[in-house]
Design a protein around this ligand. Structure first.
Ligand SMILES: CC(=O)SCCNC(=O)CCNC(=O)[C@H](O)C(C)(C)COP(=O)(O)OP(=O)(O)OC[C@H]1O[C@@H](n2cnc3c(N)ncnc32)[C@H](O)[C@@H]1OP(=O)(O)O
Ligand SMILES: O=CC(=O)O
Ligand SMILES: [Mg+2]
Length: 356
């Protein structure tokens, strides 16, 4: 264990200084593509204009015999594409795989200046982040990079969940954590074969009304992922990093996808993965606060002056705590408005109306 005083010291001679604060850049959707898939790769320049984050996936969903093509494809795409202010991330292969060492060596050396974040799958504990942290520092020093790469962990093993707080705080490189419901379900031996989302069998039922145990009893489906997402959000907030929902595998069911994304948004997640172009607009809609909520937040902030005391607005009590809630929404809206002129206009128009 390093001394707390050394937490922000570079882990290799010549490596860039670690960042002291994780930038809260818009990342409503982390859009996955397989860089070895020519059809998907052809869509990258257009997608770069629509999404907040593009992620070249090298791990699961890329066939074993396409791993090297995917790695090389990502290098070529990164060199050839102007991403503008859209972030470029990658998901490397797992730390016990035969590909990960070459993934890291090749990507940091060839396109380390273009990559923002490296997503690490199947993280079990802080030791996995420490391994990647030191290796990245060595590779950054050798490549002469001036900006440190950030690290994102997928929460998708039972021991990862048990250790989520130490993972979140393992390195100043830690940018965020995503829920990985598919691998996590397998690791926990949950009996669902779905990739994220709910399950109709996971429910609670109202009491019996008479002798017949079946008659008149309403059931309510529960969220299989509530506990894990809530725990992940707390761990991330505690360490100043960003939490994300992960994959929603039923591409056709855009309605349930929106529900799952919205649950995550309301619980504190800043974004989600999108696996198919059809999920991009859903993520954008859900992870951008609604204009009426932004207008309300701005109205409360304006009415609360220095942020202390209590006032009544439209029949609702506001005080020091609720103004902080409003600031969360208003600050997110300001960040998104900088990136999205249409959203800015919608937020400003709704605010004008609310303050009139
Ligand atoms: C549990 C986990 O690890 S989740 C993370 C790993 N999984 C992934 O990354 C999956 C990524 N997504 C995909 O592989 C695909 O979207 C699939 C396999 C789910 C569906 O692919 P398809 O059957 O081709 O879907 P569909 O026919 O609807 O695609 C329509 C078009 O969108 C393209 N497309 C599909 N997904 C993507 C994507 N993620 N990015 C860019 N383009 C895409 C297709 O190539 C196709 O292009 P075309 O019109 O030129 O033919
Ligand atoms: O990698 C994601 C998952 O759900 O597993
Ligand atoms: Mg996984």
């Amino acid at each position: 264990m390093r001394s707390p005083k050394d937490f922000f010291a570079p882990l290799a001679v010549g490596a860039p200084d670690p960042v002291r604060e994780i930038p809260a850049l818009p990342s409503r959707m982390i859009h996955f593509f397989d860089p070895s898939n020519a059809k998907m790769a052809a869509k990258v320049p257009d997608l770069a204009k629509k999404v907040d984050v593009l992620l070249g996936n090298l791990e699961d969903a890329v066939r074993a015999d396409r791993k090297e093509a995917a790695r090389q494809g990502l290098v070529e795409i990164a060199k050839a594409t102007d991403f503008g202010s859209t972030q470029l991330w990658t998901r490397i292969n797992s730390l016990d795989s035969p590909w990960v060492l070459d993934d890291l060596i090749t990507l940091v050396t060839e396109i380390g200046d273009k990559l923002d974040v490296i997503m690490v799958p199947k993280v079990e504990g802080a030791q996995d982040i420490h391994y990647v942290d030191r290796l990245l520092a060595q590779l950054e020093a050798r490549a002469g990079l001036r900006r440190p790469l950030l690290v994102h962990a997928i929460l998708e093993t039972a021991s990862g969940v048990a250790n989520v707080e130490e993972i979140a705080g393992a390195s100043p490189r830690m940018q965020g954590i995503s829920l990985g419901p598919a691998d996590l379900a397998a690791s926990r031996r949950m009996k669902t074969t779905r990739v994220g989302g709910g399950h109709p069998g996971y429910l609670v039922r109202t009491d019996p009304v008479g002798e017949d145990l079946h008659e008149g009893r309403t059931t309510y489906q529960q969220d299989l992922w509530h506990y894990t997402v809530a725990r992940m959000v707390d761990a991330c907030a505690m360490h100043g990093i960003l939490p994300y929902y992960g994959p929603f595998g039923d591409i056709r069911d855009v309605v349930a996808c929106e529900d799952q994304f919205r649950n995550a948004f309301l619980l504190g997640c800043v974004g989600t993965w999108t696996l198919h172009p059809v999920q991009v607009d859903i993520a954008k809609r859900v992870f951008s606060p609604e204009p009426k909520d932004v207008a309300w937040a701005r109205k409360v902030i304006a009415a609360m002056g220095d942020g202390t005391g209590a006032v009544m607005i439209d029949g609702k009590m506001q005080d020091d705590a609720s103004v902080k809630q409003c600031r969360v929404v208003a600050e997110l809206a300001d960040k998104l408005a900088e990136r999205d002129p249409e959203l800015k206009q919608a937020y400003d128009e709704a605010t004008k109306e609310a303050l009139a």
